[in-house]
Design a protein around this ligand. Structure first.
Ligand code: MG
Ligand code: MG
Length: 264
């Protein structure tokens, strides 16, 4: 863990960060609108890039550590950091879509794992449990709690289903840079780790595997996938601690609205 200091945000800065987070939320809503069997992750990536630029932002991942695209697109056994391709999505796939923007000097960074067509009941459960664990982690984002309380909540819940919690990749502080202190592991012990205080903004992002927690990286230098090639899910929100309580700056509502419209 690096020794860099945690950068606390004022309420005014948190409002700017909410705008960045909400632009990511709306971009994920556009993705939700278009995701279906037959579309490629590269086509979705282009839609996202255009939408972000048309709405006053800059893609946050493009060029960051030399990442080549706007979205990290990680289907099925890929955990995170997948690179968009021209391969069409297929019925029964799941796809983690992770999006970052830079706007007004602050980053937004959040993610959702989508179902493509009809997915199996077992995979549906993995998605539901992972998403619920994100909110259980967020509940712990209170002044006076510690980083370990967040990870403990996520780990305790997801492991009760026999799932594997990815340990090598973690959530993080967020602000004028994409990855700030503190690191936010998705595992931990209650009452351990750094103290949570007002003005912290954290990207909380459980990465949960259906089988083994073990991962490996493809030799593209990016793609992380499960060692047993079973599915992996990933959900992420940007959360500020304000007046002692968690304030979720991002939202999945645009995704839910798009999915409802498609059902109708
Ligand atoms: Mg992310
Ligand atoms: Mg993140």
């Amino acid at each position: 863990m690096s020794k860099e200091a945690i950068i606390f945000k004022t309420k005014e800065e948190i409002e700017l960060m909410r705008m960045s987070a909400q632009l990511v939320s709306k971009t994920l809503g556009i993705i939700a609108e278009h995701i279906e069997p037959g579309i490629s992750t590269l086509a979705l990536d282009k839609l996202a890039e255009t939408y972000i630029r048309d709405h006053g932002g800059t893609p946050g991942f493009l060029g960051l550590y030399d990442f080549p695209n706007t979205l990290c697109m990680s289907p099925n056994a890929q955990v995170v950091h997948g690179i968009p391709t021209d391969k069409p999505l297929e019925n029964g796939d799941i796809i983690s879509v992770d999006c970052g923007v830079l706007m007004n000097g602050f980053y937004g960074d959040h993610a959702y794992t989508f179902e493509v067509g009809e997915v199996s009941a077992a995979v549906k459960q993995l998605l539901e449990v992972t998403k619920k664990s994100l909110y259980l982690g967020i509940e712990q984002c209170k002044a006076g709690n510690r980083i370990g309380d967040i990870g403990h909540a996520i780990q305790n819940y997801t492991e009760s289903f026999g799932y594997g919690v990815v340990k090598e990749l973690v959530g993080h502080g967020l602000g004028r840079t994409m990855h700030e202190e503190p690191q936010v592991p998705n595992y931990g012990k209650r009452g351990r780790g750094k103290l949570l205080k007002n003005g912290m903004v954290l990207a909380i992002e459980p990465m949960i595997n259906m089988g083994t927690a073990k991962i490996h990286q493809l030799n593209d230098g990016w793609t992380i996938l499960t060692r047993d090639r079973l599915a992996s899910a990933h959900f992420e929100h940007d959360v500020a601690i304000v007046d002692g309580q968690p304030d979720i700056l991002s939202t999945f509502d645009y995704i839910y609205q798009a999915l409802e419209r498609k059902k109708a």
